[in-house]
Ligand binder design. Structure first.
Ligand code: ADP
Length: 270
């Protein structure tokens, strides 16, 4: 890597402002390692469904005179290709989020609307597992951000809560606001996460239980997408969990209030 990475800072020295330049080689080396890891992980993760599809195709060739077997293999092939499509879509989403450090065009987003849309997206899956999605009264809160990205983040938390919960059970979605922060919490009564894995669940491709995640079609990318969305919003995501009892994930986002200074907004949001 022959390029030079410079960190530029403006510092105040008495009454003068000076520019500080520093070569940021360690950071660039680290980022390069992260990128290489990501590519290696992607190749590894894609091999599983691709391998399965190719084996199933071979099996299908052999089984061509048994209609029942043909149907079974075709069904599994379709499941694996859906998984492959889903994973590809999440990889693209994650790369897009990683490329952008911050939102370029934040707008005022209605939190209740985002939550309602995320609940609607998960209603069928929840109902088929007898899981009730419970949200409180409308909060009337707004945040600065990108509605589509925030919907993805809340959707990912709810789909996980549904996926890792027993049937029947409840998933609660609540909103609270303090000063300049809006907090969205998703609480489940599910299997929970062991303490030693709490930090790791936000890592790309990390799953507490590989075998189970494979069976449920988990990619290990959902929470890492959530983390990048909130980081791009200048917020954060936290998790509390008690194995065997449940988990709570909270998103903390910059609050937009009626007296937010509209002159500080990007023109599109004014
Ligand atoms: P996945 O696609 O596997 O769900 P995520 O990045 O969304 O990937 O989550 C990473 C891992 O964290 C999951 O595989 C699961 O082990 C664990 N996890 C996430 N959400 C929950 C939850 N609500 N309850 C229990 N475990 C969870």
């Amino acid at each position: 890597d022959a390029s030079i990475h410079l960190t530029v800072r403006v510092a105040r020295l008495g009454t003068r402002f000076v520019l500080l330049l520093a070569e940021d080689r360690t950071e660039s080396v680290r980022l390069e390692a992260v990128r290489r890891d990501f590519v290696a992980n992607i190749s590894h993760e894609l091999k599983t469904p691709i391998g399965a599809i190719s084996l199933l195709a071979e099996a299908l060739e052999q089984a061509s005179d048994d209609p029942e077997q043909v149907r079974r293999f075709a069904k599994r092939m379709s499941k694996e290709s859906k998984r492959l499509a889903h994973m590809t879509q999440e990889i693209i989403e994650l790369s897009r989020l990683q490329a952008a450090d911050a939102l370029t065009d934040p707008e005022i987003v209605d939190v209740d609307r985002v939550i309602q849309a995320a609940i609607d997206q998960n209603r069928v899956a929840a109902e088929s597992n007898r899981i009730s999605l419970v949200s409180g009264a409308a909060s009337g809160e707004h945040v600065w951000g990108d509605e589509g990205m925030l919907l993805t983040a809340v959707h990912n938390l709810i789909i996980n809560a549904v996926q890792y919960s027993p049937s029947p059970s409840r998933v609660g979605i609540g909103v609270t606001a303090h000063d300049d922060v809006v907090e969205i919490a998703v609480t489940d009564q599910g299997i929970g996460i062991p303490e030693e894995d709490l930090d790791r669940v936000f890592e790309r491709f990390f799953r507490v239980d590989q075998a189970r995640a494979r069976a449920t079609g988990g990619t290990g990318l959902g929470l890492s997408i959530v983390k990048h969305v909130v980081q791009n919003h200048g917020g954060d995501v936290r998790v509390w969990s008690q194995p065997g009892h449940g988990s709570t994930f909270t998103l903390r986002l910059p609050r937009a209030t009626a007296d937010s200074p509209t002159t500080a907004l990007p023109s599109k949001a004014r």
